[in-house]
Design a protein around this ligand. Structure first.
Ligand code: HEM
Length: 438
C-alpha cells in the first residue's frame, strides 16, 4: 500500500473536480488502480475504490456496505428531501428494499418485458418517421443534398422517456408534459440551487397528476405498468401510494436518462472510435448487442456508485471507519488491465468480455468477466434487460431508417459529464450530428 506522501504525488483530490476529469477520467483511474487502489480522499470526505475485483467484492458484500446513508436505528428521512421521494434505490439494504424489489423486478425482464417490446418498436419508428420526414422536406426545399440529424436531441433524449410514458399507459396528449417533468427532474437531481427547486416543483406536479390516474387504474386495471405496479403484491402486501409515485419518478431517471445516453455513446463510438467496426455492424445488425456490451465496459453512462460502511473495514493496509462514504468507480474497474487485455481499446469482438445477458452476480460460466456498468448484487439494475433491448432496437431501427449513416463533422469533442462524475454526472456526448443519404 502506498504511503500518504506517495499518494499525493499520484493523485490530487482536486483532480476529481476538474473539467479535464469530466472529459477524460481514465488517466486518473489508471493512477488510482496502480498506486492507490484504496484511496482516502480527505478533500471530499470519502474513500475511493478503483480495481475491478475490489468493486465486485464490495457490491456483493451487503453486510458491510450499505447503499443508504440513513441511521438504521433512526427515522428514515431520505425521501422527504429527494426529488424522487421514497424509492427503492435509497432504501439501502433494508427489508423494505427486498419487498419493493420483489414486487416490481419481474416487470422488466422475461415475458413481461417481451409484452412491451412492440411499444419500444413503435416509439422508435415514430421518432424516426419524423426525422425522415424532416430530411425529405429539407431536400425538396433545396436546403440539402444529404439528410442530417442531431441524434442526441432529436432521438436519444426523447426515445426512452416516451417508451416509459407509453408503458405506464399515459394518454398520448400528456406525453409532452411528462417529457418536461422528466427534464426538470433530471436537472434537479444533478445540479443544486434553482435546478433542485424546479425538480421538486416538477415532482409535485407529477405526483398530483398521478393521484387520479392511480385511482382509476385501481378501479379498472389494464395491461399498463401503472396497473401492474399498483396491484403487484408480495405476501399479500402492496406498495404504498407514495412508493408507487416515487417508483414512477425513479423509473424516469433510472430508465430514461441512462438509456438515452447509452444510445448516444454507442453511436459516438461507432462513428468516431471504430468506424472500421461500424462497417461490420452495418453488415450484421445483430452486432449492436456487442456494441452495447462493449460500450457498457469501455465508456459506461454511470461511472460511480456510493456505499456506506456499516462497520470498520480493513482493506489493503488501511482501515475504513464505520459510516464512511465509499465511491466505487465502475468506469475504472471496467478498464482494469488485471482483468481485460488492452482495456483502453474499444473492441466489439473482444474475447475476454462476456457479451451476452448481464447477470446479477457478475460471475460467468464462460470464464469471461462481465462489465460493471449495471452494478451487481442486491441493487443490480432492475432495468438491465430493458435498457439493452431499447438500445439495440433503437440502433437497429436507426440503421434501417438512415441510409449510409456517417459522422457529419470530422472532429468531435468526445464524451463528457455535465456534472460531478462521482455523484451521478452521467457521461455522454453533448451533440452527435449524423449525415445520411436521402
Ligand atoms: C443503460 C442504461 C442503464 C444504466 C447504465 C443503469 C445503471 C444502473 C446501476 C449502476 C444501478 C445500480 C445502483 C447501485 O448499485 O447502487 C442501477 C439500479 C437500478 N436501475 Fe438501472 N440502469 C440503466 C437502465 C435502467 C432502466 C431502463 C430501468 C427501468 C426499467 C432501470 C431501473 C433501475 C432500478 C429500479 C435500480 C435500483 C435497483 C435496486 O436498488 O434494487 N435502470 N441501474
Amino acid at each position: 500500500m502506498t504511503t500518504p506522501a506517495a499518494v499525493k504525488k499520484f493523485v490530487d483530490p482536486r483532480e476529481f473536480d476538474s473539467e479535464e476529469f469530466r472529459r477524460d477520467p481514465f488517466p486518473v483511474y489508471a493512477r488510482l488502480r496502480d498506486h492507490s487502489p484504496l484511496y482516502q480522499d480527505r478533500f471530499h470526505g470519502r474513500w475511493v475504490v478503483s480495481r475491478y475485483d475490489d468493486i465486485v467484492d464490495i457490491f456483493q458484500n451487503n453486510e458491510d456496505f450499505d447503499r443508504a446513508a440513513y441511521d438504521p436505528d433512526g427515522e428514515y428521512e431520505f425521501g422527504k428531501r429527494h426529488v424522487f421521494g421514497p424509492n427503492i434505490l435509497e432504501y439501502g439494504n433494508s427489508d423494505r428494499h427486498h419487498f419493493l424489489r420483489n414486487v416490481v423486478a419481474d416487470q422488466f425482464v422475461g415475458k413481461r418485458l417481451d409484452s412491451f417490446l412492440p411499444v419500444i418498436e413503435l416509439i422508435a419508428r415514430e421518432l424516426l418517421g419524423r426525422i425522415a420526414a424532416k430530411a425529405a422536406e429539407d431536400t425538396v426545399a433545396g436546403f440539402r443534398k444529404a439528410g442530417e440529424v442531431e441524434l442526441v436531441s432529436q432521438f436519444s433524449n426523447q426515445f426512452p422517456v416516451r417508451v416509459i410514458s407509453n408503458m405506464l399507459g399515459l394518454p398520448r396528449v400528456d406525453e409532452e408534459r411528462f417529457v418536461g417533468w422528466y427534464q426538470d427532474l433530471i436537472a434537479g437531481l444533478g445540479f443544486g440551487g434553482e435546478f433542485f427547486v424546479r425538480g421538486m416543483h416538477a415532482r409535485n406536479e407529477m405526483w398530483d397528476y398521478l393521484d387520479p390516474l392511480i385511482e382509476q387504474r385501481l378501479d379498472a386495471p389494464g395491461e399498463d405498468l401503472v396497473s401492474r405496479i399498483v396491484l403487484a403484491e408480495n405476501k399479500g402486501t402492496r406498495m404504498t401510494r407514495e412508493e408507487v409515485k416515487g417508483f414512477v419518478a425513479l423509473l424516469l431517471a433510472a430508465g430514461g436518462d441512462t438509456t438515452d445516453k447509452a444510445i448516444s455513446n454507442m453511436w459516438y463510438h461507432m462513428l468516431y472510435t471504430r468506424p472500421d467496426q461500424f462497417e461490420a455492424v452495418k453488415q450484421d445488425t445483430n452486432l449492436w448487442s456487442n456494441v452495447f456490451t462493449e460500450m457498457m465496459r469501455f465508456d459506461p453512462v454511470v461511472h460511480a456508485q456510493g456505499r456506506h460502511t456499516t462497520r470498520e473495514i480493513k482493506l489493503y493496509d488501511d482501515v475504513i471507519p464505520t459510516r464512511s462514504m465509499v465511491t466505487l468507480y465502475l468506469g475504472a474497474g471496467n478498464r482494469d488491465e488485471r482483468v481485460f487485455k488492452d482495456p483502453d481499446t474499444f473492441d466489439i469482438l473482444r474475447e475476454d468480455l462476456h457479451m451476452g445477458r448481464e447477470l446479477r452476480s457478475g460471475r460467468y460460466g464462460d470464464g469471461k468477466a462481465g462489465h460493471l456498468g449495471f452494478g451487481m448484487g442486491q441493487h443490480f439494475c432492475m432495468g438491465y434487460a430493458m435498457a439493452r433491448q431499447e438500445a439495440v432496437i433503437a440502433s437497429q431501427r436507426l440503421m434501417e431508417a438512415l441510409k449510409n449513416p456517417r459522422a457529419k463533422f470530422a472532429h468531435h469533442e468526445g464524451i463528457t459529464s455535465p456534472g460531478d462524475i462521482g455523484s451521478g454526472g452521467f457521461r455522454a456526448p453533448r451533440e452527435l450530428w449524423v449525415e445520411f443519404d436521402v
